[in-house]
Ligand binder design. Structure first.
Ligand code: ZN
Length: 342
């Protein structure tokens, strides 16, 4: 029997409909183990094929825009917005902003890894520290109100470049869905003196069925109202800061859980495409209630959302925002608990 479940974190409904489950075309099980692709602008040794770097995590003896890096951040060549544009809002019948913002590509590893499941733990730690540095830096630019941090892995997830990379888009506006979500978190915090996500995790842990694993302060679970088959959230009941204020020890506790969760997913799904989002609360006042920014760590929890892209969405889903998920999160969590890291 199907169920229409309410997602209180995102204020949406999803339809969990196991009757619609059909086996998608099986992906390959093993990624190509190529270390360098001669045409890839993101491989080590090809630094001249990208615009000059904005940031890099480098070996001490190496020089900017040369080899010897672990992560490298460059402007996106195909940018949606640009930092050089005027910070200007035009009102009127056809209201708009100039195309101002930051659009950066984080090259996740020097090797031509096409999947995060191929990384080792130290690569995940370096990646998280790089995201921390970039968001920390952009937070100082008061024109940027909101940052989206996301990873598209594979064609089904919208990726056009196979080498592992992450994107950062900083905007002068706060997207409505995000603004509403953080406003709900703030309202919840005002009335309950705890974070909405903290309360969700407490209830998930009491129920136990959808928990995948715990490590340090972090819990990985398949949310009750998962919109995607095998969707996993990794978050904490504790206030550990946001992506730009996480401590080294928090990053070191998070990295093995994130990596093992991805490897468990690969164990069950084969080589799978996915989107990964890192929750980044608004940075500046904009249109968000000012009080949220004052208590952001208490009201909002650092979180990573992994959304495997196994099925395409159809007209019903695009038109209504109600997604049909044919894999119950209870079954997904059970299979992931049983899955070996591969
Ligand atoms: Zn490459």
């Amino acid at each position: 029997m199907s169920e229409i479940r309410y997602d209180r974190l995102h204020d949406t409904h999803v339809i969990i409909a196991p009757e619609r489950l059909h086996r998608p075309d099986r992906n390959i099980d093993v990624y190509d183990k190529k270390v360098v692709d001669e045409n890839c602008p993101f491989c080590e040794g090809h630094e001249s094929m990208t615009p000059p770097e904005i940031f890099a995590s480098r070996k001490p003896e190496s020089f900017a825009n040369e080899t010897g890096w672990q992560t490298r951040v460059v402007p996106n060549l195909y940018k949606a917005v640009q930092i050089e544009a005027a910070y200007q809002h035009h009102y009127g019948r056809f209201e708009h902003w100039e195309g101002f913002g930051a659009h950066e590509v984080i090259i996740d590893t020097p090797e031509h890894h096409i999947s995060m499941t191929q990384w080792n733990e130290s690569a995940v730690i370096e990646w998280l520290k790089t995201l921390r540095a970039r968001v920390g830096d952009l937070r100082r630019d008061h024109r940027i109100a909101y940052i989206s941090l996301f990873k598209n892995e594979g064609k089904q997830a919208g990726s056009t470049q196979s080498h592992s990379h992450t994107q950062l888009i900083g905007l002068p506006i706060i997207p409505k869905e995000e603004r509403d979500g953080y406003q709900r978190s703030y309202e919840h915090y005002k009335h309950n003196a705890n974070a909405l996500l903290e309360s969700v995790i407490i209830h998930e842990e009491e129920d136990t069925q959808r928990i995948v694993a715990n490590h340090g302060d972090f819990t990985a679970y398949c949310p009750y109202a998962s919109a995607y088959p095998f969707e996993v959230m990794i978050s904490s009941k504790k206030a550990l800061g946001q992506i730009d204020t996480l401590s080294d020890s928090t990053i070191e506790a998070l990295a093995p859980l994130l990596l093992s969760t991805l490897k468990k997913l690969k164990g069950k799904l084969g080589c799978f495409d996915f989107n990964l989002l890192i929750a980044t609360p608004p940075l500046q006042e904009g249109t968000v209630e000012h009080d949220l920014l004052v208590c952001v760590d208490e009201a909002c929890r650092f979180a990573i959302r992994i959304m495997p892209r196994i099925y395409q969405h159809d007209g019903f889903e695009v038109g209504t925002g109600v997604i049909i998920n044919p894999v119950s999160p209870e079954l997904a969590a059970k299979l992931l608990r049983e899955s070996n890291d591969v």
